[in-house]
Design a protein around this ligand. Structure first.
Ligand SMILES: Cc1ncc(COP(=O)(O)O)c(C=O)c1O
Length: 386
């Protein structure tokens, strides 16, 4: 085989994701897994039933249309109108993907040339770095710092160069829980217009905003034609295994993303697409109840973590809490998370893996609260042993 590494050099060092390592540790030690962000209760029974009905009725069991089934594309367009006041043509401005993960990959592969610079909020969701690398582009982090994780907009302006092609946003932001404010988004949008930049915005936690509101950057002046908005059914409807996501944007942007997407999965999740179309049309009660439930869980876990001695940064959105372990006499999040299952039977994720600036993330650790109350209560009681 010679001496040449098997793995393409763009992916060198990316190894196994931290979620795989920590979830394996959770299983091996029988720990409560507050690492990976998946709910331990499935979404609405009637939506699960709709998926089962679709399978049995032979709807979506064969390759669905490349851009997604028309019923789902219409439901996505209606949802964007209903919640965000954004109008998209379901035929040319909506694309169904294999989760937000494929949407991110397809958008970055479609829109970037080798050498292009992408400014992204760090800590970043781990697939961003990998997809930027696969596109041959260069990531330029805008570091969000504790305690409030607000973006430094002067710094953002200074990071723009003639090679900057794209701003990669994520709000509500995993793992910090930051929700970009209307003013911050307006400043970012103005910068994008001034420098003629594209924006890819990952809004998978759009229905989990606890204070303030979710503002879509695509709604701001000059942004519609330069913004690819991404969301997914996984988080909003608690069906993360279905992997149904979507892209909305202007027809030329969606056509570009579709071109890359068709050679990734081509299509996926046929019967689930019918069920997600129903889910997107659920009444407001569903969305309000989902948020209220998670707000209660946020406070349950945040209070417990504070009582256990962590410094807690209470999130404005998402279902993650970032903490600082320094008050516990700890410095290194990776060491802490590797030892935590043995020490008290709980698994968490060290935020440092999401940073290039490792100093900024060294002592930060993330816990998810999308778990049943009893599980969170038990985790809090175990963490009390620290
Ligand atoms: C910020 C962010 N984007 C995308 C995803 C992946 O979404 P999907 O499961 O729809 O691919 C996640 C999942 O954790 C996430 O946290």
């Amino acid at each position: 085989m010679g001496t040449r590494p098997l793995l393409n050099r763009r992916l060198a060092g990316m190894g196994t994701t931290i979620f795989a390592e920590m979830s394996a540790l959770a299983t091996a030690t029988g720990s409560i897994n507050l690492g990976q962000g998946f709910p331990d209760t499935d979404g609405p029974a009637e939506i699960a039933q709709a998926a089962a009905d679709a399978v049995l009725a032979g709807r979506g069991n064969q390759y669905p249309p490349g851009p997604g089934i028309p019923e789902l594309r219409s439901a996505i367009a209606e949802h964007q109108q209903r919640f965000r006041g954004l109008a998209y043509d379901p035929d040319t401005e909506v694309l169904v993907t294999a989760g937000a993960t494929e949407a991110i990959a397809a958008a970055l592969l479609a829109l970037l040339e080798p050498g292009d610079e992408v400014i992204a909020l760090e800590p970043f969701y781990d697939s961003y770095a990998a997809c930027i690398a696969m596109a041959g582009a260069v990531r330029v982090p805008l570091t969000l710092r504790a305690p409030d994780f607000r973006p430094d907009l002067e710094r953002l302006r200074a990071l723009v160069t003639p090679r900057t092609r794209l701003l990669l946003l994520n709000s509500p932001h995993n793992p910090t829980g930051l929700v970009l404010s209307a003013d911050e988004l307006a400043a970012i949008a103005a910068l994008a217009v001034e420098h003629d930049l594209l924006v890819v915005t990952d809004e998978v936690y759009e229905h989990l905003v606890f204070s303030g509101a979710h503002h879509p950057i695509a709604a701001l002046p000059g942004m519609r034609e330069r913004t690819v908005s991404i969301s997914s059914a996984g988080k909003t409807f608690s069906f993360t295994g279905w992997k149904v996501g979507w892209v909305t944007g202007s027809a030329p942007l969606v056509a570009a993303v579709r071109t890359a997407k068709q050679y990734l999965t081509y299509v996926s999740a046929g019967p689930f697409q019918y069920a997600v179309a129903d889910a997107l049309r659920l009444p407001d009660d569903y969305f309000d109840g989902f948020r209220a439930d998670l707000l209660r869980k946020r406070d349950l876990l945040a209070d417990g973590l504070s009582a256990a001695g962590f410094r807690v940064f209470r999130p404005e959105g998402t279902y993650f809490i970032t903490t600082d372990i320094t008050p516990l006499g700890e410095k290194d999040g990776i060491e802490f998370c590797r030892a935590l299952p043995e020490r008290c039977g709980v698994v968490a994720i060290p935020n440092v893996v999401f940073y290039d600036d490792t100093e900024a993330g060294r002592s930060l650790v993330r816990f998810t609260f999308c778990k049943q109350d009893e599980v969170l209560e038990e985790a809090v009681s175990r963490l009390g042993r620290l």
